[in-house]
Design a protein around this ligand. Structure first.
Ligand code: NAD
Length: 499
């Protein structure tokens, strides 16, 4: 049976009114399992109106009271972890174990945001001039919105919604139309936890809904996570409409293997971070950079053997290392990129193009591919593939290995595997990339530090979660005050100084 999804506007399930729908597939079988309404302008504007009306009262709740809603939400999610993970896995195609991680990384940020009474404390200067005190406070922005990708249906909506709400904003979520059920359920749980109706709305849809959010002057801040062309377009358009924006894009994350690295650890890291979630992670490692021919030969030999042993299965198969890709288009794109790499002259060591899972011939399964001797000018190196394809680029020495991620157009994450502290320190200081792992393959920071890529991986000044999230979802107001007993002089016609 094909489920019919709705929006969540003003605390109510609202059926689609535009007459347009998107199909949500089961990537294991290729069958349509749900239909999601794609909002037009009218529905999106209705959500903005509700969010604008609800925000003022919510922003007046004291921060501790707002934090209690987040804490109650965390309690409610506890009872549904398994069902949420299974639902997420059934729409995305990542394994159930991996879906638990997706949810947990989101919950970590809810826990962080529940510390909002402390996080919102401003600054105070006593006696900045005679009888004059100065303090700053963090006001909510007002109505905020978030547009999220298919590949983390729990984590990224929570990364945006939790700090936005904790700071006293209302929030409109426009989740990916390819995996909408978990974001919807999470929003329902926020309402059950005591969030007033209208403070969090979910509008399903695509470009039309996003364009409405971008153009409406009532939306003060907009967060986006998805592919780079859309991130760049949304950032420029949001700025043109006078909005605050942070837009995160695609990635091509390198893992440098120095000759002194623990090769077993490096291989484990590349297998997990390269092929986990079928490579559909913005922090996946898609490029291995062994330093020196001997390191490269040893690495490729071991990778070839390990890639050959990977188990691809249904997303609910507990034995599977990874499941299907999200869609038929994603599968076609990955196969096309492997063709491109072959035509460009890269050495295809393992070919995943012909893989099918018996009994699931219509599922979106891609086998793992491994390329050796990839060159920096090749498209398989320069462009994001977003699938289970690992490229090995051999570097002659450390300086070349450092240059590759530094000069790459993307700058999300990078890792170095070495036993040498001097090399690791030099690398972390000089590499031109936002997040760095030292003997850690997927350096997604913990919730109370800031996540954010550089270059074409991130547009905007502030990152996600950690201290940057509180800055993004608030505006600083600075107050200079003097009480009558401190006012001695008469009118002054010169610029006031504190000297
Ligand atoms: P996508 O860009 O196709 O879609 C992202 C969101 O934008 C969705 O909600 C979609 O409905 C909306 N959208 C699509 N086309 C639009 C348009 N023309 N105008 C306005 N909105 C539009 O991305 P995706 O395929 O869902 O996600 C995968 C991408 O996201 C990859 O490139 C991945 O690297 C990236 N990603 C980045 C990060 C990060 O933190 N940098 C995290 C996760 C995913």
């Amino acid at each position: 049976m094909v489920r019919e999804l709705a929006h969540l506007i003003g605390g109510k399930h609202t059926p689609g009114a535009s007459g347009t729908y998107g199909d949500v597939h089961d990537p294991n079988t290729g069958a349509v399992q749900a239909r999601v309404p794609l909002a037009g302008r009218a529905e999106t504007e209705a959500a903005i109106t509700d969010a604008a009306e609800a925000q003022h009262a919510w922003g007046e709740w004291n921060p501790q009271r707002r934090a209690r809603v987040l804490l109650k939400f965390l309690q409610l999610v506890e009872g549904e972890r398994e069902s949420l993970a299974r639902l997420l896995s059934s729409e995305h195609g990542k394994t159930v174990a991996d879906a638990h991680g997706d949810l947990q990384r989101g919950l970590d940020v809810v826990e962080f945001a529940a510390g909002i009474p402390h996080l919102l404390k401003g600054e105070f200067t006593d006696n900045a001039g005679t009888g004059i005190d100065v303090h700053s406070l963090r006001s909510p922005v007002g109505v905020t919105a978030g547009i999220t990708p298919f590949n983390f249906p729990a984590m990224i909506p929570l990364w945006q919604a939790a700090p936005a709400l904790a700071c006293g904003n209302s929030f409109i979520l426009k989740p990916s139309e390819r995996a909408p059920s978990v974001p919807l359920r999470l929003a329902e749980l926020f309402l059950e936890a005591g969030l007033p109706p209208g403070v969090l709305n979910v509008v399903n849809g695509g470009k039309e809904a996003v364009d409405t959010l971008l153009a409406d002057p009532r939306v003060g801040a907009l967060g986006f996570v998805g592919s780079t062309p859309i991130a760049a377009h949304l950032y420029a358009t949001a700025a043109a409409h006078g909005k605050r924006a942070q837009c995160f894009g695609g990635a091509k994350n390198h893992l440098v293997v120095m000759p002194d690295a623990d090769l077993d650890q490096a291989v484990d890291a590349l297998i997990g971070a390269g092929y986990g979630s079928a490579g559909e992670r913005c922090m996946a490692i898609s490029v291995a950079v062994p330093v020196g021919e001997a390191t490269a030969d040893a690495l490729v030999e071991r990778l070839k053997e390990r890639v050959g042993r990977l188990r691809i299965g249904r997303s609910d198969d507990p034995e599977a290392d990874f499941g299907p890709l999200v869609s038929r288009e994603a599968l076609d794109r990955v196969r096309r990129y492997v063709d491109i790499g072959v035509n460009e002259g890269a050495e295809l060591v393992v070919d995943g193009r012909g893989f099918t899972l018996p009994g699931h011939e219509d599922g979106f399964f891609a086998g793992p591919s491994l390329f050796d001797r990839v060159a920096p000018q090749m498209r398989v190196y320069r462009e994001e593939i977003f699938g289970p394809v690992l490229c090995v680029v051999r570097a002659a020495d450390y300086e070349e290995a450092l240059r590759l991620p530094s000069e790459h157009p993307y700058g999300n994450g990078v890792a170095i595997f070495t036993r040498d502290g001097d090399t690791a320190r030099d690398f972390t200081r000089r590499v031109n990339t936002g997040m760095i792992g030292v003997n850690v393959p997927i350096p997604v920071p913990v919730a109370y530090h800031t996540f954010g890529g550089w270059k074409r991986s991130g547009y905007g000044d502030l990152g996600q979660h950690g201290p940057d999230a509180i800055r993004f979802y608030t505006r600083t107001k600075t107050v200079t005050s003097r009480w009558p007993s401190g006012t001695k002089e008469g009118a002054s016609f010169t610029l006031p100084t504190m000297g």
